[in-house]
Ligand binder design. Structure first.
Ligand code: GTP
Ligand code: MG
Length: 459
């Protein structure tokens, strides 16, 4: 284990919470805490115990707060160093005052992510687990949380390690070939083996990437764009789904002038819901810009909710939107079904293809359940159960996996071209290295600093 100074930070969210925690980690954590703590002598207490007492300013002798102190001795701690957690009353004053005292005792203010960084450097967790901690802090819904938990428990690392082990076996085999070039048939064999493993590994990597694509949706929210002509009820839908009046709803066409975004959770599926300006021909400058944005939002959407007003017949713009959303995951709502029907369903059927059509009334809150069912169906059907989202990759992971994939492709084409084994081996080893960077088995210092600095303080 490395020799390190003692760090301290507030590890609960700042604010008026019920309790706040100041956490210290390092060789002097216990001694420092003991100088501030009035109660039992912490230095003689066994590990993993919690003690009641007061934090007292050693200079002014003033009582700062009534606290519970958790005492955790190395190595069975989050950082594998001695850790002390001072649980005090929430609110900024007490927590901040106690942190100040810790710093006065000689602790250093922890950098963002430094506790987790130490956990990594001391070998308690690997890199992808460390990153999962970060995701967990940011996770927006239960399902995203689940994926982070899985990763924390090491599903990605486990997978990558087993892939690398397979690759290592082949590498060893090749070494033999290079050392004993006189055996032609050995070379022939290794080439064959290289090809098969490169292929197999490449498939596995593709599979991880594919699953991660769903993971991304869960972490960042599914880009869901509500489009339609003015006044069909787009803003009303946003308000129904968020449960509050985020967007202004009026009977004036063109009420929404710009896109409005809100995160909502539909049956555990996080949607980044985007209400757009109604699309129509307009000469009005502000509205025109809004309409442009609506079209752009439509292009970038993961899911399109196209609203039609069934109290009117299909119009040019409706048909245009039906066309523009083709090839996207989409749901069509026939809104205002509380009003007499005017819309020609046969004409609609011709332009809507296989899209699911749901009758709704935002006014009477009808059809919303069916809509939620459909959303959950679209994103969970068959392949996508929450327990399947094992890999929640960040962009660093994705990059590395793609680079590894490219290197493996090189291997395969090199084998096809019958290049010498030692040349092919270079690409193969590169793929192996790249995968290793995911778990941190081969990783450089700057990368580590960069990575851990993204954490919030106190983790
Ligand atoms: N009768 C009836 N009226 C509705 C329904 N949904 C929305 N409305 C009304 O239609 C009008 C327009 O609703 P909005 O939600 O503002 O429509 P929008 O699509 O956001 O309109 P723009 O922002 O102008 O593009 C409002 O007066 C709503 O109260 C519905 O299901 N039935
Ligand atoms: Mg609107």
């Amino acid at each position: 284990m490395y020799e390190r100074d003692t760090i301290a930070a507030i590890s609960t969210a700042l604010g008026e919470g019920a309790i706040g925690i100041v956490r210290m980690s390092g060789g002097d954590a216990l001694v420092m805490a003991n100088q501030l703590f009035k109660g039992v002598n912490l230095l003689t207490q066994p590990s993993h115990t919690i003690h009641y007492g007061h934090i007292v300013d050693p200079e002014s002798k003033q009582i700062i707060d009534e606290v519970m102190v958790t005492l955790l001795r190395a190595p069975k701690t989050y950082t594998r160093e001695d850790v002390v957690e001072i649980n005090c009353h929430g609110g900024i004053m007490a927590v901040q005052a106690i942190l100040d005292l810790c710093l006065q005792m000689g602790a250093r203010l922890a950098e963002p992510g430094e506790f987790t960084k130490r956990a990594f450097l001391n070998g308690r967790i690997d890199l992808s687990q460390a990153e999962a901690v970060m995701d967990l802090i940011e996770a927006k819904t239960n399902k995203a949380m689940q994926a982070s938990m899985n990763q924390l428990q090491g599903s990605l690392s486990k997978k990558i390690r087993s892939l690398r082990q397979t690759m290592l076996n082949t590498l060893a085999q090749i070494e033999v070939t290079i050392d004993y070039p006189e055996y032609d048939d050995v070379e022939e064999m290794s080439l064959q083996q290289l090809k098969t493993t490169a292929q197999a590994i490449s498939q596995e990597v593709q599979h991880i990437l594919k699953q991660a694509q769903s993971g991304r949706l869960f972490r960042e929210g599914i880009n869901t764009v509500i489009v339609g002509r003015p006044n069909v009820g787009k803003s009303s839908l946003l308000n129904r789904l968020t449960g509050w009046d985020k967007a202004i709803v009026t009977d004036i066409e063109g009420t929404t002038r710009d896109t409005i975004e809100e995160m909502v959770n539909v049956r555990g599926v996080p949607l980044k819901l985007i209400d757009t300006a109604g699309i129509r021909q307009t000469e009005e400058v502000v509205e025109k810009i809004g309409v442009e944005r609506s079209r752009k939002a439509l292009e970038e959407a993961d899911l399109v909710i196209l609203i039609l007003n069934q109290a009117e017949d299909l119009q040019e713009v409706d048909l245009e939107l039906l066309k523009a959303s083709q090839g996207k995951k989409r749901i069509i709502l026939l809104n205002k079904q509380d009003l007499p029907s005017q819309l020609d369903r046969n004409a609609l059927a011709e332009s809507s293809g296989t899209a699911t059509i749901i009758e709704t009334s935002m006014l009477e809150e009808a059809g919303l359940d069916a809509l939620e069912d459909e959303i959950s169906n679209l994103f969970f059907k068959g392949q996508l159960q929450s327990t399947d989202i094992n890999y929640l990759l960040n962009s660093r992971h994705t990059q590395l996996l793609k680079q590894a994939l490219a290197a493996l492709d090189e291997v395969q084409s090199a084998v096809a071209m019958e290049l010498p084994v030692d040349l092919i081996q270079i690409d193969y080893t590169r793929a192996w290295d790249l995968l290793g960077e995911i778990t941190g088995d081969s990783v450089q210092d700057e990368l580590l600093n960069e990575l851990f600095s993204q954490f919030c303080l106190g983790k």
